[in-house]
Write a protein that binds this ligand. Structure first.
Ligand code: HEC
Length: 368
């Protein structure tokens, strides 16, 4: 009795430390919290309490509800013991007191969650990981305490009143495996005897047999689903569909990350919408020197086959990104790479405008 009392006190003390100490450290934690939020906004690691798909208010309400239920459970159990056995009264009273103190010590962190957030008035409750873990630790302690009480009540019951274990494991194993105990093996021994090797006539284990039946039922369903009613896609269609989805995801990712396009991997675009975008970029930034339709002014004629620099898509992309002599700017400072790709493609799509329509050639004819 004495030792139990002491261990209970130690557990309760640890609980207090657990719950109380982080509260003191709250201010420090709040600074860390700000960093955490910054990381979250980049979509890297989400703290656990953000992963429930609930708003802060909902999560807080759930946690509070569960905690209150547990508190009630623990109080009821404690009361039961007190009624059954007066001699535990003291311990129960202490347990209740310690719980109450724990709740009080942790309350600043619960309360901080309930503070109104100045920036967002629609958010009354703001969760942080400190509050979340306080709840979790407090709830775990309550559950442990409940189990402690239940065991105590179990111990107080006279033997005939103790509930039987709900699952009879021995019986269950027998039903699932249908084995014959070693002592009775003689009853299923077949009369073969090959050089001393004998054979038992065991039944098939029921777990195996029913598993087999399940596969038969499954196979019928499978055939109907895929082959007869053709509800599901066969492998090939599924493969093509997934490839399509993959392509779409890649395209979306590339669109969101223009910096992935470089002179090394840039490709010539020929679809009308990209060329139209390229044209509009050209009209914004380039016509002042290369003139309408790229026929050349201060800058060279971009429509002919003569190029001062590399006239391939990679070369044109590089010239536009990195710039050149005589006032040709390094446009990568002003235009995102995917737009440079489009304007480069547009430049390469231009109709030839030879002199006197365009400026006389500069550079080499790359086709000769
Ligand atoms: C301030 C005037 C100016 C502007 C604006 C300008 N360029 Fe140029 N660009 C030039 C000059 C000058 C050259 C020739 C560089 C040289 O002689 O080394 C040139 C060269 C080029 C070349 C290489 C031509 C070759 O023969 O190799 C390309 C391609 C080009 N410009 C595209 C563009 C595009 C696209 C834009 C708009 C985003 C643009 N330029 C805006 C002045 C300009």
């Amino acid at each position: 009795m004495k030792t139990r009392n002491i261990s209970f006190k130690i557990v309760a003390l640890l609980a207090l430390l657990f719950i109380g100490f982080p509260s003191l450290a709250q201010d420090v934690a709040e600074g860390a919290e700000a960093v955490e939020t910054a990381v979250v906004s980049e979509g890297e690691s989400l703290p656990i309490y953000k992963r429930f798909g609930m708003s802060d208010t909902e999560l807080f309400s759930w946690l509070l509800g569960i905690t209150l239920l547990l508190v009630v459970l623990v109080l009821v159990l404690g009361n039961t013991i007190r009624t059954v056995a007066k001699r535990y009264s003291d311990e129960i009273n202490k347990g209740a007191k310690i719980l109450l103190i724990g709740l009080l010590v942790a309350s600043p962190s619960f309360a901080s969650a309930a503070e109104a957030d100045g920036a967002a008035y629609d958010k009354v409750i703001v969760m942080d990981s400190l509050t979340f873990w306080h709840f979790i630790i407090f709830d775990i302690l309550l559950v442990l305490l409940a189990f402690h009480y239940i065991r105590k009540i179990h111990g107080l019951l006279p033997d005939f009143a103790k509930p039987k274990s709900i699952i009879n494991w021995n019986k269950l194993r027998k039903e699932v495996t249908d084995t014959v105990p070693v002592e009775e093996e003689a009853s299923i021994l077949l009369d073969h005897d090959y050089d001393g090797i004998k054979e038992l006539d065991n039944n098939l284990p029921p777990w195996w047999k029913y598993g087999f039946y399940v596969t038969i039922v499954w196979a019928v369903g499978y055939i109907f689903y895929y082959q007869i009613l053709e509800i599901g896609n066969l492998q090939e269609a599924e493969y093509l569909q997934e490839m399509e989805e993959g392509d779409r995801a890649v395209a979306e990712y590339k669109a969101a990350h223009p910096e992935l396009i470089t002179a090394d991997n840039v490709e010539l675009l020929e679809d009308p919408s990209s060329l139209a975008e390229g044209k509009s970029t050209f009209e914004t930034y380039c016509v002042s020197c290369h003139m309408e339709n790229g026929t050349g002014g201060i800058g060279p004629n971009l429509t002919d086959k003569y190029w001062i620099y590399d006239g391939s898509i990679k070369g044109v992309f590089t010239t536009i990104s990195e710039g050149a002599d005589n006032g040709m700017v390094a446009w990568k400072e002003f235009i995102p790479a995917d737009q440079i790709q489009k304007v480069a493609s547009y430049v390469l799509s231009l109709e030839p405008a030879l002199p006197p329509l365009g400026k006389e050639p500069q550079g080499d004819n790359i086709f000769e």
